[in-house]
Design a protein around this ligand. Structure first.
Ligand SMILES: [Zn+2]
Length: 450
């Protein structure tokens, strides 16, 4: 990490009241007492993909501290004297990418549910520390964690915010809410064993409300629920409804009361439609979304987070990567229909947001999802980029600050070689990553000639 902005020391906290206050304040003030304005950074590239479907050729982006102060063509934006210049000739500049579905606390597939029997949240914290750096260096400056036992995602989020470890901005969920015997439970074992779920096991609307309150109490930014069966769980059909309509509504209304959105794991059928009608912000996976649900999602503005890479990889390579045979079988059985249904939903106008379901070796390869969106959904590279920037920012409720490259927004920027509008595969390899004005990966800047 290259701190470009060492001079912009954080202001001292308001001191406690009493006669000591002025003295404390003086002692805490940085020297010199007048804060130096940080040196502006000017970034040049061949083109800028703004994130809203537009582009600028020969752009200059000015950054001051953690924010973007000007965006335009080289003819429009004057590089201030003494500015630090990052020259990205031959590259395309983009907004920081956003992955709306990650599992930073997971490092391998390890037999699906079995990880819950062998590991503790401490393992998850170590894995997340490793994965957070990989994810940031892949250009993903913001992620939404999709469920984490022991509030590990909250702890890792806070460690990154404090600058203790490198990583993306994290929107934490805490434990996902699921039902007894459902996708978030650990199934197939003797009833005489007491086993933890992979999430919080809640039955009935009151239990759901209580868990939503607990998650918010302990730091969740959004609520993750499990509305239907899944791929990696034992003994449940992929599209089987698992939460009742009453439980779904309880989750959404309690979350809304506390100012949180709900993301719902749902692959198909009545459980998916019920989650949409209950008012969730996004359907995760949506593998076998049908025309009725797609119409409802389009009308309500419910996002679909298709997590294409994870299913495609399980089908192609799951056996080698240690995915249990039942899960490879489940994924393979729906693969062809899934591609067709997700494409139909995209073409019907359902809003999409990028999410990978990153686990195992997908951490750091999140950018490969762009090409899958081109191949499977029929998106143009420009549409795929918007899905992975502005759309995802809207879903996370941070589009005022992130999601496009615009003056006033946070300086989260990525550069890739060549032109990704001609080949979305280029988005999988970054040459430069900046988060909040700090370079996380890329060329050292130089001082502009006077
Ligand atoms: Zn997931």
């Amino acid at each position: 990490m290259t701190p470009l902005d060492a001079a912009s020391a954080t202001a001292p906290r308001p001191a406690r009241t009493g006669w000591l206050a002025p003295l404390l304040l003086l002692a805490l003030l940085p020297t010199p007492a007048v804060a130096q304005p940080s040196r502006p950074v000017a970034i040049r590239a061949d083109r800028l993909v703004v994130g809203d479907g537009t582009q600028i050729v020969n752009p200059v982006v000015l950054v001051q501290g953690e924010r973007i102060t000007a965006v335009g063509t080289a003819a429009q934006v004057r590089i201030p004297e003494g500015a630090t210049v990052v020259d990205l000739a031959g590259h395309t500049l983009l907004p920081g990418f956003i992955d709306a579905h990650t599992h930073l606390t997971s490092i391998d597939n390890d037999g699906g549910d079995l990880a819950a029997l062998k590991e503790t949240p401490a393992h998850g914290a170590i894995y997340a520390t490793i994965n957070a750096r990989k994810t940031l260096e892949a250009g993903f400056t913001t992620v939404r964690e999709a469920g984490s036992l022991g509030y590990v995602d909250v702890a890792v989020r806070d460690a990154i915010t404090r600058g203790l470890i490198p990583g993306p901005r994290i929107h934490a969920s805490g434990p996902a809410l699921g039902t007894t015997g459902g996708h978030a439970d650990v199934n197939g074992w003797s009833p005489f064993l007491s086993l933890p779920g992979t999430g919080a096991i809640v039955d009935g609307a009151d239990a759901v409300r209580k868990q939503v309150r607990l998650n918010v109490k302990y730091g969740a930014d959004q609520i993750k629920i499990v509305a239907t069966g899944g791929i990696l769980s034992v003994g449940d059909a992929v599209g089987a409804p698992q939460m009742t309509d009453e439980e779904l509504r309880a989750a959404v209304s309690e979350a809304a009361r506390l100012g949180r959105k709900v993301m719902a794991h749902a692959h198909a059928g009545a459980g998916l439609l019920g989650a949409v009608r209950a008012g969730v912000a996004s359907i995760e996976h949506g593998s076998l979304v049908d025309a009725e649900a797609a119409a409802e999602m389009k009308q309500r503005g419910t996002y679909l987070v298709p997590t294409l890479i994870i299913l495609e990889e399980i089908v192609k390579d799951g056996a080698r990567k240690g995915v249990p045979p039942y899960a490879v079988q489940k994924a393979t059985a729906i693969a062809a229909e899934r591609r067709q249904r997700l494409r139909a939903a995209f073409q019907a106008g359902v809003p999409f947001a990028l999410g990978t379901d990153a686990t195992s070796d997908i951490h750091g390869r999140n950018g490969e999802e762009f090409q899958y969106m081109v191949e499977i959904l029929g998106a143009t590279p420009m549409q795929a980029i918007t899905i992975g920037t502005l759309n995802a920012a809207k879903l996370l409720g941070v589009d005022q600050e992130l999601g496009t490259v615009a003056a006033g927004k946070l300086a989260d920027l990525v550069a890739v070689a060549g032109n990704p509008l001609e080949d979305a595969r280029r988005l999988a390899t970054t040459a430069f990553v900046m988060k909040g004005g700090v370079i996380a990966k890329g060329p050292e800047p130089r001082r502009a000639p006077r």
